[in-house]
Design a protein around this ligand. Structure first.
Ligand SMILES: Cc1ncc(COP(=O)(O)O)c(C=O)c1O
Length: 308
C-alpha cells in the first residue's frame, strides 16, 4: 500500500475500517468533506464553467463553486422535496463540469434511488463529474436508496466521486475529517489542487478510533433513527406533508409560514434552521424533544388559524 503524500494527510492509518478494500489512489482523506469539494471543484470548474445543484440543497456548493470562478445552475426540487434528477440532467450543457447530488439531501432529507441514479448517470456526459455527497448516509434506512460505497464502481462510474464525512454520524465536525472515493485520475487532480497540510494527526486518530467503536456508532444511530421516525410521524399527524426523512433531521415544507414558525421555536427555546419562504429544518434530538417539537407546531397552527 503506497502512503498518500504526507502534505495531504496525517500518519497513514494501519487500517481504515470498512474502507480497507479501497485502493489508496481511489480515496483521499482531508479536513472535512468541504476540503474535498473545493479541490475537486477547482480542478474541473474554472471560469465560464458551470456547477449544477438542487435547490434547496447544501449551501456550501454554490459558495465553493464561486471560489473557483464557476457559475452555478440550480434546479428546484420536486413537490416531494426530492432532487429532480430528470430536470437536472436536462439542464446540463457543454459548459457543465460538475453536478452535485446530495443524498440524503440537506435540508429536505430525501434520498436518490438506485434506479434514479443509474438513469441520471447514463444521461449525463461522461466528462461531467458527478459528486455524490453522502454526508448523512449512515442514517439511511430506505433499501431502495443509492449507496455510493456499495453501488459505485470505478469501472462503470469513472466520473462519480463519493464524498463522506466524520462530521455527522461520528460527531467529529470540530475535528474536520472526511474522505472522497473515486477514480484515481480525478482524485490525483483533486490532490494537486488541495490545500496542503489541512488534515491534523489528532483528527485522523479520532476517526480511526471511531471506526473501531462500530457497535457504539450503531447504537447511537439506531436510537436517532427511532426518534427521527417518531418525530416524522408526529409532524405528519399535524397535516404537514413532511418528506421522507433519511438524515438526522426532518424538513417542514411550510413555505411563507417558515419565519413565523421559526420564531415560535425560538420562543420555546428550540434551535431550528429557518429557510425563509421555504421551510424549517429540525435536527433530531432525544426522545423527549419529539413531543416538544410537535407541540410547538400544533400551537403555531392554532395561533395562525385564530388570526386568519
Ligand atoms: C450535505 C452536506 N455536505 C457537506 C457538509 C460539510 O461536511 P464537512 O463537515 O465534512 O465539511 C455538510 C455540513 O453541514 C452537509 O450538510
Amino acid at each position: 500500500m503506497r502512503p498518500l503524500p504526507r502534505c495531504h494527510s496525517g500518519p497513514a492509518p494501519a487500517k481504515t475500517g470498512k474502507q480497507k478494500w479501497i485502493a489508496p489512489r481511489s480515496r483521499t482523506r482531508g479536513s472535512g468533506k468541504c476540503r474535498h469539494y473545493f479541490p475537486i471543484n477547482a480542478s474541473c470548474c474554472g471560469t465560464w464553467r458551470r456547477g449544477h445543484f438542487g435547490h434547496p440543497s447544501f449551501e456550501g456548493y454554490s459558495v465553493l463553486a464561486a471560489t473557483s470562478g464557476a457559475s452555478t445552475i440550480v434546479v428546484d426540487l420536486d413537490a416531494q422535496g426530492r432532487l429532480d434528477l430528470e430536470r437536472m440532467a436536462q439542464a446540463v450543457t457543454d459548459k457543465t463540469r460538475l453536478v452535485a447530488i446530495c443524498s440524503p439531501n440537506n435540508p429536505t432529507g430525501t434520498t436518490v434511488s438506485r434506479i434514479e441514479f443509474e438513469r441520471f448517470h447514463t444521461k449525463v456526459p461522461s466528462d461531467v463529474l458527478i459528486l455524490l455527497d453522502e454526508a448523512y448516509a449512515e442514517f439511511v434506512t430506505d433499501p431502495e436508496a443509492f449507496y455510493g460505497l456499495r453501488d459505485v464502481s470505478v469501472l462503470r462510474h469513472p466520473n462519480v466521486v463519493v464524498l463522506r464525512t466524520f462530521s455527522k454520524a461520528y460527531g467529529l465536525a470540530g475535528l474536520r475529517i472526511g474522505y472522497a472515493v473515486g477514480h484515481p485520475r480525478v482524485l490525483d487532480a483533486a490532490r494537486a489542487t488541495a490545500i496542503p497540510l489541512s488534515l491534523t494527526g489528532l483528527a485522523e486518530v479520532a476517526a480511526l478510533a471511531s471506526l473501531e467503536a462500530e457497535m457504539e456508532l450503531r447504537e447511537r444511530i439506531a436510537n436517532l433513527i427511532q426518534n427521527r421516525d417518531g418525530l416524522q410521524a408526529r409532524l405528519r399527524n399535524t397535516g404537514i406533508a413532511v418528506p421522507e426523512a433519511q438524515g438526522n433531521f426532518v424538513w417542514l415544507p411550510v413555505g411563507e409560514a417558515a419565519t413565523g414558525l421559526g420564531e415560535m421555536f425560538d420562543q420555546a427555546g428550540l434551535v431550528v434552521r429557518v429557510f425563509p419562504s421555504m421551510g424549517v429544518r429540525i435536527t433530531v434530538g432525544d426522545v423527549n424533544s419529539v413531543a416538544v417539537v410537535a407541540d410547538v407546531v400544533a400551537a403555531y397552527q392554532l395561533a395562525s388559524r385564530l388570526v386568519q
